[in-house]
Ligand binder design. Structure first.
Ligand code: ZN
Length: 58
């Protein structure tokens, strides 16, 4: 369950909004949502390799 090689990006399609598992090497690239086929750009600066303790999640 701890995929260290992936991070999550939310689908921008308002009628989908699923969390997609993106491989780390996919940063900055275009990927396609598996659920609605919307193309989205993966942000490059998403570094969540477990450095912060998950404290602030309201
Ligand atoms: Zn989608």
């Amino acid at each position: 369950m701890t995929d260290q090689g992936t991070f999550r990006v939310k689908c921008p399609n308002l009628s989908c909004r699923r969390l997609l598992a993106i491989p780390l090497h996919g940063r900055g690239q275009m990927v396609r949502c598996l659920h609605c086929s919307t193309q989205l750009k993966v942000p490059e600066g998403t570094n969540r390799s477990g450095r912060r303790p998950a404290r602030q999640s309201a």
